[in-house]
Write a protein that binds this ligand. Structure first.
Ligand code: ADP
Ligand code: MG
Length: 268
């Protein structure tokens, strides 16, 4: 058992939220045009909920923002800095792998299926990334991890293994793990889709808490009630395009586009 060093200073203040800009992004898989000219500006601290039918390009958009996928056209900026590329004599050139990893660590990503490390305790799942990236020494990382587990209501599970937790608890650990790199923006790809219905609320409550704390969030979800309550902006995607976006009261209650109306009539 590791003894926590109480002389380590408490977890740093929450990082400043950063804005994200998606500029004219096109993505093809083979002949399939999966993102067809996406433009999106997220102000620092803004909460955006992305909705749309299966296959409309929502996950691909998140993966492009995180530079897990590269667009063939267009680019993404994070806090005004292009991701994965730099300007050189007026042209965009690919950045080094190291630089891309540094940029990516400013973006948290929470997946549908949690993807926790099964052989690590909950505490080590959360502490792993800041140690691996050399940002924190192990005692500091563990102290931060405990703070973050406290925040998602799971400090008492620190020494448990993922398989001993419910799906909702595992997803809350995954959120704490995303927070451990102190990201300026967090992307959630259908974070509650794999959960039993009675566990959805506890995960949405944690995300709502982050929203209230001022973190920039992008949440792909079919939870329309959550969107209405928490989103500053709702984005509706279909066929690789953003067909409409605006405050929830507009997009969800008075959709202008027939495709949005049709989609909402199916999920509501
Ligand atoms: P959504 O998240 O809205 O359901 P996705 O972004 O996952 O949509 O997928 C959009 C389209 O791109 C789908 O038709 C999907 O089959 C295709 N697609 C996604 N990822 C890949 C990939 N790695 N290779 C080929 N096709 C892909
Ligand atoms: Mg998806």
């Amino acid at each position: 058992m590791t003894v926590l060093n109480t002389e380590v200073p408490p977890a740093a203040e929450d990082p400043a939220p950063v804005g994200v800009e998606v500029h004219g992004v096109h993505k093809w898989y083979g002949a399939q045009h999966v993102l067809d000219g996406v433009d999106l500006t997220l102000a620092p601290g803004e909460v955006t909920v992305v909705i749309g039918p299966s296959g409309s390009g929502k996950s691909t958009l998140l993966r492009v923002i995180n530079h897990l996928e590269q667009p063939q056209r267009g680019h993404v900026s994070l806090g005004g800095e292009p991701i994965g590329v730099r300007r050189h004599r007026g042209r965009l050139k690919e950045l080094s792998e190291r630089r891309i990893l540094a940029q990516r660590s400013r973006i948290g990503f929470v997946f549908q299926n949690f993807n926790l490390f099964p052989h690590l305790t909950v505490l080590d799942n959360v502490a792993a990334a800041p140690v691996a990236t050399g940002r924190l020494r192990r005692p500091e990382a563990q102290r931060l991890a405990l703070d973050l587990l406290e925040r998602v209501g799971l400090a008492e599970k620190a020494s448990a293994y993922p398989r001993q937790l419910s799906g909702g608890q595992q997803q809350r650990v995954a959120i704490a793990r995303a927070l451990a790199l102190r990201p300026g923006v967090i992307l959630f790809d259908e974070p509650t889709s794999a959960l039993d219905p009675e566990l959805v609320g506890e995960v949405l409550a944690v995300i709502k808490d982050l929203a209230a704390g001022g973190t920039t969030l992008v949440v792909v979800t079919h939870e329309i009630g959550f969107a209405r309550e928490v989103a500053d902006r709702v984005v509706f995607m279909d066929g690789g395009r953003i067909l409409e976006q605006g405050p929830p009261g507009e997009v969800l209650d008075r959709p202008r586009h027939p495709r949005t109306r049709e989609f909402l009539s199916r999920v509501l």
